[in-house]
Design a protein around this ligand. Structure first.
Ligand code: TYD
Ligand code: MG
Length: 468
């Protein structure tokens, strides 16, 4: 029998390698491999030791009270959390440096403290004076929250263990916290994992909610993302463009609520303000009657959101034409361009294509296909889309326009904002009765992308000045 060899396990993704190497081939991370002893054969150590207690199994029915919630008082944040923070739970808030994580958490912490709960804010990134300055700017100085600057896990844990009635603890950020028992530097996977595990264990044992701030690395992932994401109960990402004032808080994991829910904020001189009507905000700067622009009626989580999609074509200066995308998937754009060329006879040829989601929102819904196609066709034919119309629908590889979910909610939001027409997938009777559109709304049902292209071609014929 071959002897069991030691193996090397990537601490970021868990891939197993037979020998040590500097870079994990599976996830591309550097210096994440650590030696692990081989797993013993035969009965495991737990089975050998014996003496375990029998675990009680129960049925699915039974009375379990919903977990107690701590509302933050910031409606957009509470909605993303699924109704507020949950006692004895851990939340990870990730995002680029400077996006506003410390700002929103300071605002939330101050509100929770003002509501009479014990809140501890531990800053490892900024000195107490800096946090105080920020609080003054945000008008929060009267809040009774407790503030400290600390990075040593030993000190933080010792202090938290003496807290009898803490309801919320914020650690800003987990990458600055370090445990002296480990050799590795603060911010490394090993440190982040060990410190987070200890803090989360404490939160569960003592019943407070803990919020860990985590910076995103350049590649768009949190340092040690996989290890942290499975340890916490909820992961929220704070995204947006620092050049824009909009910030979007997105739940990517939530054990106590729905994911894909978003909260929209506006960064102002006095902190982050909630945006109750994001559609109006995203469309505020739209100029009607320009080609290459189409309004997409999207759904973010449970909420319909209208956004403007902008496309620009310009003759390529030779070589491979450029495809530049902001806020959408570039692979999806390539697919749509290919469908437009091969299924709809639209020649985009040697044009550079630029696509932008106005306002800094990132769209992942396939339902945006039809709106993107409308913006592209509009740009290609130099004919504006109908300024009073919204678009939604998924496009398949043969050019067919497919149904998407929640058509009624999309139409209602469009009607609310004064849109009078919608181009949408053809409704196929699936047993369900098609719902009534909002009063006065004209629906253009489209079965194939070529129909949409034909509408623009017609427009250009109509718009052509009568010849001699
Ligand atoms: P911050 O919360 O420090 O970001 P993070 O913790 O994610 O690194 O946000 C810092 C940015 O926000 C900084 O560029 C200044 C800006 N800001 C405002 O515009 N208004 C404000 O009231 C505050 C506090 C910050
Ligand atoms: Mg910060």
């Amino acid at each position: 029998m071959a002897r069991d060899k030691t193996r090397f396990v990537c601490q970021a993704c868990g891939a197993v390698h037979p020998k040590w190497q500097g870079r994990c081939e599976a996830c591309g991370e550097w210096n994440t491999l650590a030696e692990e002893a081989p797993a013993p054969r035969g009965p495991g150590p737990a089975a050998k030791a014996g003496g375990g207690r029998r675990v009680e199994f129960v049925g699915l029915k039974g009375s379990s009270a919903p977990p107690p919630r701590i509302p933050t008082g910031i409606a957009e944040l509470d909605r993303v959390l699924g109704g507020g923070l949950v006692a004895a739970s851990a939340v990870l808030v990730g995002g680029d440096p400077g996006i506003g994580k410390s700002t929103i958490l300071l605002q939330a912490a101050a509100r929770v403290a003002s509501a009479g709960r014990r809140v501890l804010y531990i800053s490892g990134e900024e000195a107490v004076e800096q946090v105080r300055l920020r609080a003054a700017r945000l008008g929060l100085t009267d809040s009774p929250m407790a503030l400290a600057a600390a990075t040593a896990l030993r000190d933080i844990v010792a202090s938290l263990e003496q807290e009898a009635d803490a309801a919320l603890v914020v650690i800003d950020s987990i990458q600055t916290v370090w445990l002296d028992a480990l050799d590795s530097a603060p911010g490394t996977v090993a440190q982040v994992r060990a410190c987070a595990a200890e803090l989360i264990r404490l939160a569960k044992a003592r019943g407070f909610a803990i919020v860990l701030v985590g910076h995103v690395t350049k590649e768009g992932t949190l340092a040690g993302p996989r290890v942290l994401e499975h340890m916490v109960d909820a992961t929220l990402y704070f995204e947006g463009d620092r050049g824009h004032q909009f910030r979007i808080l997105r739940a990517v994991k939530n054990r106590f609520g729905a994911t894909d829910e978003i909260g929209v904020f506006e960064m102002t001189g006095t902190g982050l303000m909630e945006v109750a009507n994001p559609s109006a905000l995203f469309l505020a700067e739209r100029r009607g009657n320009v080609s290459g622009s189409a309004v997409f009626a999207g759904i973010e989580g449970t909420r319909p959101v209208l956004v403007e999609i902008q496309a620009l074509l310009s003759p390529s200066s030779g070589g491979t034409p450029r495809r530049q995308v902001v806020g959408w998937d570039s692979g999806r754009l390539s697919m749509l361009l290919a469908v437009l060329e091969s299924r709809c006879g639209l020649t985009l040829g040697q044009n550079d294509v630029y696509l932008n989601i106005a306002g800094g929102l990132r769209i992942t819904e396939p339902a945006a296909d039809l709106a993107v196609a409308a913006a592209l066709v509009s740009a290609a034919t130099d004919r504006p889309t109908d300024a009073g119309a919204v678009y939604f629908g998924e496009v398949g590889l043969s050019g067919e326009v497919r149904q998407v979910s929640q058509a009624e909610a999309r139409l209602r939001e469009a009607a609310k904002l004064g849109f009078a027409a919608a181009t949408l997938p053809r409704r196929v009777a699936r047993g369900a009765k098609p719902a009534a559109p909002p009063a006065g709304m004209a629906l253009h049902e489209t079965g194939h992308l070529a129909d949409l292209v034909a509408v623009f071609a017609e427009k250009s014929v109509k718009a052509r000045p009568p010849g001699p």
